[in-house]
Design a protein around this ligand. Structure first.
Ligand code: ZN
Length: 166
């Protein structure tokens, strides 16, 4: 398993709802967490490893007790706007300021198959919004202001050409 790099077409796929949480799903979540740690990321969506299903993993601290796995996450409430620099394992070396909601509340299914509610603020809120975007085929570069997009245009082009050669 590896992290797909922009502009891989699988990154643009809309992921499907998970119907059943079984051993395969639990194993996928574990592998994604381990890959995320190895790559030095704080979040990873299943679409980034070529699995078009609605599953994300997040951990800000790398402590096992802080691992967050959300299946079929859905945001029902959001408020406040904050602009911060963001990056993505699928867009190595590229970062830009993105406006996100300061707080999000919603629901998901846990790895144990339980319906759960969530309430995230600040950085965790930002990361979860970024990862849920991935499930809809949206990348952070889609959410930039015109000027921010211009600033990273040449880096994007370089990445597109580099990936083409692989
Ligand atoms: Zn990302």
């Amino acid at each position: 398993m590896k992290v797909l790099i922009y502009p891989h077409p699988s990154l643009r796929k809309k992921a499907k709802t998970v119907k059943q949480i079984d051993g395969n799903i639990r194993q996928l979540a574990r592998q994604m967490l381990d890959l995320m740690y190895k790559e030095g990321g704080v979040g990873l969506a299943a679409t980034q490893v070529g699995k078009p299903i609605r599953l994300i993993v997040v951990n800000l601290s790398k402590k096992p007790s802080d691992e967050i796995v959300l299946i079929n996450p859905q945001i029902n409430f959001s408020q406040g706007k904050i602009e911060e620099v963001e990056g993505c394992l699928s867009l190595p070396g590229i970062s830009a300021r993105v406006t996100r909601y300061q707080q999000i509340m919603g629901e998901a299914i846990s790895l144990e198959g339980r319906q759960i509610t969530f309430d995230f603020r600040d950085l965790l809120s930002r990361i979860i919004q970024h990862e849920i975007d991935h499930l809809d085929g949206i990348l952070f570069i889609d959410r930039l202001t015109e000027s921010a997009r211009k600033e990273i245009a040449s880096q994007l082009k370089t990445l597109e050409e580099k990936t083409k050669l692989l």
